[in-house]
Design a protein around this ligand. Structure first.
Ligand code: AGP
Length: 608
């Protein structure tokens, strides 16, 4: 997720671009750049680091005169954060300049074709392909070039484009990445999101898929992919800036929960090609995959919880033994990493000190390492032998939700790929699992729509002292994450317990009215979990059950049931965690906690 802006009007563009980008830094902030047309040339300035580096470089835009410009604040997906990978990107003649938010999925194929035609590339980005492709199709008509590019590229994009031959015009186009047009008194603007334009206008056009906007300083026209002009109605924005940055949500955490369908889709789709799973970045031959004798998954916090889930998935599907370690333990326990060990480090930030140290420990012991990371170019991403990115975009809330969901998806994909190569699953099973994976975003959307009922239930537990989460197998891993979500944002004490373990001590803590959340998504363990539910209920607990939609028997045992849609038994964490996230969120909100920035916590724990 990145932020793009553009302006054309009677004011100096650069300060407006920088101001707009500052309102979009929540969308990405590892590098930034602007391009301004001064009537003669298109001048480009870009820099790695936060936006303030660029502002200082351009003296807040003063060194870049001109009344037409585009800008970009980046969240790297293809190519690490660097000056050269920062946007805007341009063609060799520097007559076409573009900023892009999204992912061009077929960029490698297009890049090869352009290179075969003599095009030279400066960066590692997918966006630079667009600049050269526009150049390739441009024969004097920008709209024609844009529509040809739209027919060739696969993936998502919101683009701002300047053509040197058209100094009085700003072009924009979108597919699947958000794009708006703002109509202001001294000019017109484009942006990825409303906050960037609110200072100048509240009159906004929301661009729909495959629509093109053509902005002049005093007019705006819209076209479809067939270059036919279309009419659009503007919307008057009522939000204030603060609410707008959260997309109208009260907290970033809620916004990011609602981004999970997109996060799952963005992490899945580039790796599903013609019905097969292709994880190009893995760079492992089938022989190397077959040579894996053991997987060690090492992480912290929620990332660790995804690893506990993945253990069941890898072992169940690919029959590869898996050991899951907390990074802070792994690095000091003199781990035995035998021949054929693959160490997978999972980290949203890619900077967690314990996880980075564990990676270095594994490498020092000669193990092959793979990072599953959200931040492109982060330390773990750079130092692991291989990296598989979770394309969740910047996660602002300290409590992870969308990155957690993406980490699960990445590990499901790996497990299916490994199982397929090792022949432990049939082609039919792979196809069925791919169907289930593709169904997850819609099912997550359905569960998120249930927030009202969950909020009502959560409000009953604002004064709770202890809340327990129990489950067996993958349901135990889900319980771990449900418990962590609750305690880290609501400050209510909570524990996750293997349901079968309660009777060995902890059940003594159950009192009249204690809330126990029982997760039961593993059919073969239903009966066992139900007997554990009965155990705690007879001791006074109030039991919330989270279970599959076909498990209505549980209503005889539990006090309150939340059902999740049917999916593959290995993927239920992706669904069951949604009501538990919502429950934690509404308990924290009800208790007046600082949901996005909980006390004592940091988004990335870069110290031991
Ligand atoms: C999750 O809600 C927590 N904020 C925390 O447990 C986090 O998952 C952990 O610190 C690991 O962070 P990382 O994924 O950036 O390495």
């Amino acid at each position: 997720m990145c932020g793009i802006v553009g302006y054309i009007g009677t004011a100096q563009a650069a300060p407006i671009l920088l101001d707009g980008l500052s309102k979009l830094e929540y969308r990405g902030y590892d590098s930034a750049g602007i391009a301004v047309f001064d009537g003669e040339e298109i001048h480009v300035k870009k820099a790695a680091g936060r936006l303030k580096v660029l502002s200082e470089l351009t003296h807040d835009g003063a060194t870049m005169p001109g009344m037409l410009g585009i800008g970009h604040t980046r969240w790297a997906t293809h190519g690490s954060p660097s000056d050269i990978n920062a946007h805007p990107h341009y063609n060799k003649a520097e007559t076409i300049t573009v900023v892009h938010n999204g992912i061009i999925e077929n960029y490698l194929k297009l890049k090869k074709k352009l290179q075969d035609k003599g095009y030279e590339f400066l960066s590692e980005t997918d966006t630079e392909v667009l600049a050269h492709l526009l150049d390739y199709y441009y024969k004097g008509n920008p709209l024609e070039a844009i529509t040809k590019v739209m027919h060739r590229v696969e993936g998502s994009y919101a683009l701002g484009i300047i053509f040197k031959d058209f100094p009085d015009t700003l072009y924009a186009v979108r597919k699947d990445s958000p794009l708006i047009v703002g109509e202001a008194k001294d000019g017109n603007l484009i942006a990825s999101d409303v906050p960037a334009v609110l200072k100048y206008t509240r009159e906004v056009y929301f661009i729909q898929n495959e629509e093109i906007a053509v902005l002049k300083k005093d007019s705006i026209a819209f076209y479809n992919v067939d270059s036919e002009e279309i009419k659009k109605e503007s919307t008057t924005i009522q939000w204030d800036i603060n609410a707008a940055e959260k997309g109208g949500y009260e907290h970033f955490m809620l916004k990011e929960m609602y981004e999970q369908p997109k996060t799952v889709r963005d992490t899945l789709s580039p790796r599903l090609k013609d019905g097969a799973i292709e994880i190009e970045e893995l760079g492992m031959t089938p022989e190397e995959i077959r040579a894996i004798r053991k997987i060690h998954i090492v992480a912290c916090g929620s990332a660790y919880h995804t690893g506990v889930t993945a253990k069941y998935v890898f072992e169940g599907m690919a029959r590869i033994p898996v050991e899951v370690d907390l990074a802070s333990e792994f690095r000091y326990r003199d781990p035995i990493l035998e021949e054929g060990a693959l160490v997978i480090i999972i980290s949203q930030s890619g900077e967690t000190a314990d996880s980075l140290a564990a990676l270095r420990e594994a490498k020092a012991r000669g193990a092959k390492t793979l990072g599953i990371v959200n931040v492109v170019g982060s330390s773990i991403a750079r130092e692991a032998h291989k990296v598989m990115y979770t394309w969740a975009g910047p996660e602002i809330a300290v409590a992870t939700t969308k990155a957690y969901s993406a980490q699960l998806i990445a590990q499901y994909l790996l497990a299916i790929k490994f199982a397929q190569v090792r022949g432990t699953v049939t082609q039919a099973e792979v196809e069925s699992m791919i169907v289930d994976l593709k169904g997850l975003p819609g099912q997550i959307e359905m569960l998120l729509a249930n927030k009202g009922r969950i909020q009502k239930f959560a409000n009953r537990y604002l004064a709770a002292r202890d809340i327990f989460f129990i489950g067996r197998g993958i349901d135990y891993a889900i319980s771990m994450e449900g418990s962590l979500k609750l305690k880290e944002i609501s400050y209510i004490h909570s524990e996750a317990y293997a349901a079968g373990e309660l009777k060995h001590g902890t059940i003594s803590l159950i009192e009249e009215g204690t809330l126990v959340a029982a997760v039961a998504t593993q059919k073969e363990l239903y009966k066992k979990t139900i007997s554990n539910i009965v155990e705690v209920r007879t001791r006074g607990a109030f039991v919330l059950a989270v279970t599959n939609e076909d498990n209505t028997d549980i209503e005889k045992a539990a006090d309150y049931v939340i059902y999740i849609p049917t999916t593959n038994r290995y993927f239920t964490n992706s669904l069951a965690i949604i009501p538990l996230q919502l429950f934690s969120y509404y308990v924290a909100v009800g208790r007046g906690c600082d949901v996005d920035k909980p006390r004592n916590l940091a988004k990335s724990v870069t110290v031991e």
